[in-house]
Design a protein around this ligand. Structure first.
Ligand code: 13P
Length: 336
């Protein structure tokens, strides 16, 4: 991997049949996940859970890269190997979440802006020494009660571009993640409009800040109905509107679009991804960078118990295989 440049890394992350595992839950978020299986969140349980995922044999057929959290990139597996090295030995590229979370945006009621630019150049240099070849920064755009404001979109887009430029300066591939949330009762067309404006603004900022499009990946939401919307768009409508939105906004020079799952069920996220990949050839690869939609079965099978590790690994491998099939447009529900 050492001889690969940023363009090679970006392409390798979206190689055929492969996508990214997002395992970069912050300490607060992983606690919520572990709470859901009545397991205390300690440094050791978090390590054990991540080790279960990263040592699942065969998963490198489906997973090109893993996004780690600051704590995890410094941890070692039970055999003493640092997690980054353990992944690399399987041909999986280690990545790192570098944002410091979404905080209240000044003079805006309830909107958020992602922090973490101060000292980022130095942190990127350290993460590079620790083996990270790509990074992630997530901006959060909510819909409802007049939101989002253009102010919120602009400030988040500006920060995303500053992050992406610093990454490329450090020879690290930036994953640019502007997530339009699915929380709320808005319909799919409202999601479309907000996603379109957000992406136009983000790519404008990336251009102004000299980010090289061939050396990045975009990690967006799908264009989808709000979770509480009484009329839920079907799979084909989601796939069609999502692709149309990206055709309007994402330059062809970007090598890949890696979707987040955003709270969709494992199966729904897989069906949407599959449908898009069945709709033909596009300028960019259409792949995944799922957190929950790759981990939910593994987590609930594990239940924090040593005795369930083998079954949890099998559940994770199965889910990764189905997601990979969807990335190639070859998934069908009977494979579940
Ligand atoms: P989900 O797929 O669970 O949305 O997580 C992906 C991610 O990394 C969000 O930042």
């Amino acid at each position: 991997m050492d001889e690969m440049d940023m363009e090679d890394i970006a392409k390798a992350l979206v190689a055929p049949s492969k996508g990214i595992l997002a395992a970069d839950e912050s300490t607060g978020t992983i606690k919520k996940r572990l709470d859901s299986i009545n397991t205390e969140s300690t440094e050791d349980t978090r390590r054990a859970y991540r080790e279960l995922l990263f040592t699942t044999e065969g998963v490198s057929d489906y997973i090109s890269g893993v996004i780690l959290y600051d704590e995890t990139i410094r941890q070692t597996a039970s055999d003493g190997r640092p997690f980054g090295k353990l992944l690399e030995a399987q041909g999986i590229i280690p990545g790192i979440k570098v944002d410091m979370g979404a905080k209240p945006l000044a003079f805006s009621d309830g909107e958020l802006v992602t922090e973490g630019l101060d000292g980022l150049r130095e942190r990127l240099a350290e993460y590079s020494r620790l083996g990270a070849r790509f990074a992630k920064w997530r901006a959060v755009i909510g819909i409802g009660d007049g939101a989002p404001s253009q102010y919120c979109i602009d400030t988040n887009a500006h920060a995303l571009a500053r992050y992406a430029a610093l990454c490329q300066e450090a020879n690290i591939v930036p994953i640019v993640e502007p997530e339009v949330l699915m929380d709320g009762d808005h319909n799919i067309d409202e999601c479309y409009a907000v996603t379109e404006t957000t992406l136009k603004t983000v790519f404008d900022e990336l251009y102004k800040q000299r980010v090289v499009l061939e050396q990045m990946l975009l990690k967006p939401n799908m264009v989808i109905s709000g979770v509480d919307c009484p009329i839920q768009a079907d799979i084909e409508e989601v796939a069609t509107k999502t692709l149309y939105c990206f055709e309007q906004t994402v330059p062809a020079a970007v090598p890949g679009i890696v979707f987040l799952s955003g709270g969709q069920s494992e199966q729904r996220a897989t069906e949407h991804l599959n449908s898009m990949n069945q709709m033909g050839k596009f300028p960019w690869e259409i792949s995944y960078s799922f957190g929950r939609a790759l981990q939910a079965s593994a987590l609930s099978t594990w239940q924090g118990k040593e005795a369930n590790i083998a079954a949890a690994k099998a559940a994770f491998l199965h889910r990764a295989k189905l997601t990979s099939a969807a990335r190639d447009g070859e998934y069908s529900a009977d494979m579940e």
